[in-house]
Write a protein that binds this ligand. Sequence first.
Ligand code: ADP
Length: 529
Amino acid sequence: MFQKLLIANRGEIAVRVIRACHELGVEVVAVYSEADRLSPHVLEADEAYLIGPPPSAESYLCADKLIATAKATGCQAIHPGYGFLAERAHFAEAVERGGLVFIGPPAGAIAAMGDKTEARRRMRAAGVPVVPGTLEVVPDPARAAAGAAELGYPVLLKAAAGGGGKGMRVVRSADELVRAFEAATRESQGAFGDGSIYLEKYLDGPRHIEIQVLADARGRILHLGERECSIQRRHQKLIEEAPSPALTPELRRRMGEAAVAAAAAVGYRNAGTIEFLFHDGRFHFLEMNTRIQVEHPVTELVTGIDLVQWQIRIAAGEHLAFGQDDVRLSGHAMECRITSEDALNGFLPSTGRIELLEVPSGPGVRWDGGIAEGFDVSLFYDPLLGKLIVHAPDRATAIERMRRALGELRIIGIESSVPFHQRVMEESDFRAGRIDIGYLEHHPDLLVPRPDEEVLRTMAVAAVLLEREARERSGIRRIAPAGGSWRIDRGWRGPVLRDWSAGPPRGGAPRRSPAPGLTGEGKRLEGSP
Ligand code: ADP
């Protein structure tokens, strides 16, 4: 095992990797930009080094600085997390050239899967069904029009170098094609320095279902079940769960085998994900993510397998200690991505200081976060603040658990996507598992603010701040029950605090009162043991 490794990332995934390292007895070197001085990943690492100003191009994307820091601090390996340099083949190569281990797949596998048309060709050759479309780049609008006529509208123009939904355009008829082609080319050129475009049939209302794989150096490749990621906005995932409500054991097995074939076709090693679109009972290869994914915890919870630890173990040369038959799925897990976005106001980015943060706990609840009180959320990075993940015996119980946990999650200082997730947990199609990638378009009401909710939210924030002030004044660190005395889904849930030191009044217990301190009705705990 490594003695020390460097994490070339920030936020929740850096914290997640630190936790895995500390359980494995590996020391961690963190790097940070000037915007992240107070980040939990800096405070929790064994050593931390400032590598540059806030823009990622001058800090987290500086391959040379990262590799030099790893070498100067005696690290043997670099974990790239996700985003930033995680899927850049040249970075994986440079790390290895520097005499360090890249915790991820071989550079060749990253390159093969990073070019979407090459990936499609390789998958076709390996017998994995791909989304109908072209296997080559379409060089001009005329050839795109010919391809689209053959596929039938609607079609999707996609960036060959794509990622994060960039350079993608749905085209519904021939007269939209030229303009969409130019826009997709421009966007792709800007985002990836490569304007190559290819064509896919635009499927109507598929589900996004992906398979996690783990592969070791001796060539053993295992599939670890699926994740359903259909709740998306603008092709970006918001809620993920495992298992998918849509799969039968037979389909799960077939998709698992297709995923293993896909990984084998590029000589894969380490953790990876094969994404599929599932439509009319059939699955089609979409792309492979050659890294750990944001939504990996739902797989960890249903399989009991620590994916990040296995990434590190495999990179250190260990062989997988279990076989395909040992992988069993238990219960249901769900993850909500908590972002600094005002979801009920067009997902407007929100910035500012985290004034207060209280995270839920209790049975089956996990918080993978990258923020702390006093931390300033800026526009420099991805808006992901953390992930709320639950595990329960079945899907219905997982939804109730998520509702409970969301009610206990208190983030004050910035707007977050929590209210959106609370609404989804209440919505009947979601609860019934009737979801596909068009879910949000079919439920626009989920994104419209409701006046009563606005008022409640404002009052809730006022209540929390009052509570905190009282706490600070009295020197008592905590007077609120777990989750606080307000619940946006249910209104006031203040603790009933009455002075019964002289015995209960006649007539029994009083009715639940509003939050103490706001009306002066309740008795505060000051002075109580
Ligand atoms: P990116 O790499 O940019 O994230 P993907 O190919 O992974 O792009 O697709 C992201 C999302 O876009 C999918 O989850 C799905 O919602 C949608 N999508 C992609 N391809 C198609 C398609 N052919 N038909 C319908 N939706 C698609």
